[in-house]
Design a protein around this ligand. Structure first.
Ligand SMILES: *Cc1c(COP(=O)(O)O)cnc(C)c1O
Length: 395
């Protein structure tokens, strides 16, 4: 057989006596087993390693180990997106005839999964305000299997009654699943607090550079992880090695980014509150936030990296605000290393009626800020300029 470019894969990978400082990327779809006995031993769990990438690979495991460490979890699973993690939790642990209660202000696609897709599969659902434990209790049924909440809601940053929810879930034998994306394990650790499942969109603050779409889900009980992991492999919810490698690199600076972004968010909240034309600031770290006392208790006194605010005026004022400060990237995400702005009325909450948005307090002048790690003086100047432009346009 003559040599072709493709046959190069028969050559041995060059080894080094010293190991690499950074982790390599291992994109190989398949691993070459030494014999049928060896493959059998792998699938029986008698040897460590990999066979086929959808079933697991080194970059996913390296990232999962870091995420497990910061969440205080064991055996967590990395998924191809945050929504894949939500899906693995709900579909891996519930069956037709079960009932799931979701927080009323969940991430938009989670609302849609619970509101439209699960009922189609015979899983009934309901919603309740997780800051109101009586409302959550009233939503429970004998067949309720899971409560799914976010600790801090989007975009008004209300803080869920996590003490009440863990107590209620325990008393009623219901699984408590917590999407910890906004809070991050630096702000709150659901498993240590008594929740059964923790979920992340790793896409956001954990990976931190808006270049990898990934999720993570871990259970307090290894049997839960096995059920979620098995479903993730079957449905192909598992991640790409390259994304895992990017996220692992991003996570190396997570603590530094989180501290700086949190400090910037707190400073911006106070700065915005002092600007003419700002009607209201929403930041759990401020004493004027309705859940401030709970945030101090649950979130270790930190208000987090997200701030929302409302300016006077309608869509014209909102457009002027965004255009006046191009360095504040207007992008429908959060957790980037740079500061991003989102406008719920035209994006995450566009599907709601104007009345429903008004009931949440989310009008045309409402913006959510995901603070980045920039120099705070420049950020304050940019927000002053943006709010002044909105004021001008509001007339
Ligand atoms: C972004 C987000 C998700 C979905 O994550 P993807 O990685 O975009 O799939 C889920 N929950 C929350 C709270 C989020 O912010």
């Amino acid at each position: 057989m003559s040599e072709t470019a493709g046959s190069g894969r028969r050559f041995a990978w060059p080894e080094s006596a010293a190991r690499p400082l950074g982790h390599p990327i291992q994109p190989s779809v398949a691993h070459v087993a030494e014999s049928p006995d060896a493959l059998d031993a792998h699938y029986a769990g008698r040897t460590a390693g990999y066979a086929y990438a959808r079933e697991g690979h080194a970059n996913a495991d390296a990232l999962a180990a870091r995420l497990d460490a910061v969440e205080g979890a064991e055996g967590g699973i990395v998924t191809g997106s945050g929504m894949a993690a939500v899906a693995a939790a709900v579909l891996g642990l519930c069956r037709a005839g079960d009932h799931v209660v979701g927080g009323a202000q969940l991430y938009g696609r989670s609302l849609r999964l619970l509101g439209e897709d699960l009922p189609r599969m015979g899983i009934a659902t309901g919603f309740a305000d997780p800051t109101d434990i009586d409302a959550v209790e009233a939503a429970l049924r004998p067949e309720t299997r899971m409560i799914l909440v976010e600790v801090v809601s989007n975009p008004t940053l209300r803080v869920a009654d996590m003490e009440g929810l863990t107590r209620l879930a325990r008393a009623r034998g219901v699984l408590l699943a917590v999407d910890n994306t906004f809070t991050t394990p630096r702000g709150f650790r659901p498993l240590a607090f008594g929740a059964d499942i923790v979920i992340h969109s790793v896409t956001k603050l954990l990976a931190g550079h808006s270049d990898a779409t990934l999720g993570y889900v871990a259970g307090r009980d290894p049997a839960l992880a096995a059920a979620m992991g098995g479903l993730a492999v079957t449905l192909g919810l598992t991640p790409s090695p390259f994304d895992c490698w990017l996220a692992e690199r991003g996570m190396l600076s997570f603590d530094l980014r989180f501290e700086r972004a949190g400090a910037n968010a707190a400073a911006l909240a106070d700065h915005l509150a002092g600007l003419d034309g700002v009607r209201r600031v929403y930041y759990p770290g401020r004493a004027d936030h309705p859940d401030h006392a709970r945030a101090v208790r649950l979130l270790d006194g930190g208000g987090g990296a997200m701030v929302s605010f409302e300016v006077e005026g309608g869509r014209a004022a909102a457009n002027a605000l965004v255009r006046a400060a191009p360095e504040l990237s207007f992008a429908p995400t959060l957790g980037d290393i740079s500061t991003t702005l989102s406008h719920p009325a035209s994006s995450s909450h566009r599907g709601l009626s104007a009345q429903a948005r008004a009931a949440l307090g989310v009008g045309e002048g409402f913006f959510r800020v995901s603070a980045g790690v920039e120099d705070i003086a420049g950020l304050k100047e940019a927000f002053s300029r943006a709010v002044a432009a909105a004021r001008g346009a509001a007339g």
